[in-house]
Design a protein around this ligand. Sequence first.
Ligand code: FDA
Length: 316
Amino acid sequence: MLMRDFILWLSTKKRVTSAIARRGMKQGFARRFVAGETLAEAIAAAQPLGRAGYGVILNHLGENVSTREQAEAARSSYIAMLAALEKAKLAGNISLKPTQLGLDLNQDLCLALSIEIAEEAKRLGRTIEIDMEASAYTDRTLAIFSAVQRRVGNAGIALQAYLRRSEADLDRLAPLGPKIRLVKGAYRESKIIAFPSKPEVDANYRQLLTRMLGPENKSGIFAAIGTHDPEMIDHARHLINENDLKRTHYEFQMIYGIRRDLQRQLLAEGHPIHIYIPFGADWCPYFMRRLAERPANSWFVLRSLLAESKAEEKDA
Ligand code: FDA
């Protein structure tokens, strides 16, 4: 837990992130988790996955925009991503981050842009999903999701099992018949609102999953199982078998580049599985969160940075 906190803290330090950002794509280490900086690179990464039978979820990295123009540019980027999925005939959708669509500036602006994107997706027969960011945004994100879902009807939302409130949120959202992506949660939160230990988070994940993958999907929810944790995946498999759930009621979701062995295994077993593919120039905070999840991943970044500074010293 300490290492996770340390990396999450580092991810807020501009000097560290800009050193990584300068080098990450050039040296290739960021490509392990980020498909590239452009939409064309993301589509190129998605194509082999699509051919193999995976669905894809595109995410344009970037968060906490500070002007209306930036929020509108993000909206246009998501609409371009939908067009690119169509053109490439890829099965899948897009996932929005509310703070990238201006949630810090104005909730109505964020809602209006989200509706525009959802309507364009609907016109193309596609869906959208909404990421869940840090807890300061949970209420507003749920309000935006509920409004989009009521109005357009093609939205999904991520819920975080580390938050104590998520069970109540699940109950509140169920009447909307939504798609819910259950994840453990990736931000630094206080133990007042979040379960502090992995066993507690895992126990809550299991419990929420049991509710979402209930008999004959009585839950009224389309369950997206967003985890790389073999134990959570086994629990999901067990519920799917026991309750004889059809592919129309659930899917697995995993992040690009993480546990590709498990991705292949689930696909081979015949489960629907979507790969969440992030791309974009502003990839550093996202990348640092992936490192924090698994500090062992940090070594390959440090090794790579060290190798470059040694080479620079030699050249000097
Ligand atoms: P956990 O961290 O408990 O680890 C269990 C095992 O998974 C590890 O032992 C290892 O085998 C594997 N693993 C996990 N992370 C790894 C990594 N980085 N590298 C290598 N192996 C790894 N969060 C959020 O707050 N809001 C959101 O909207 C989303 N959206 C989202 C979409 C999708 C499709 C996924 C899969 C995840 C998210 N997340 C997220 C992130 C999520 O909250 C969580 O931080 C990560 O998925 C890590 O938790 P796990 O359940 O995967 O495993």
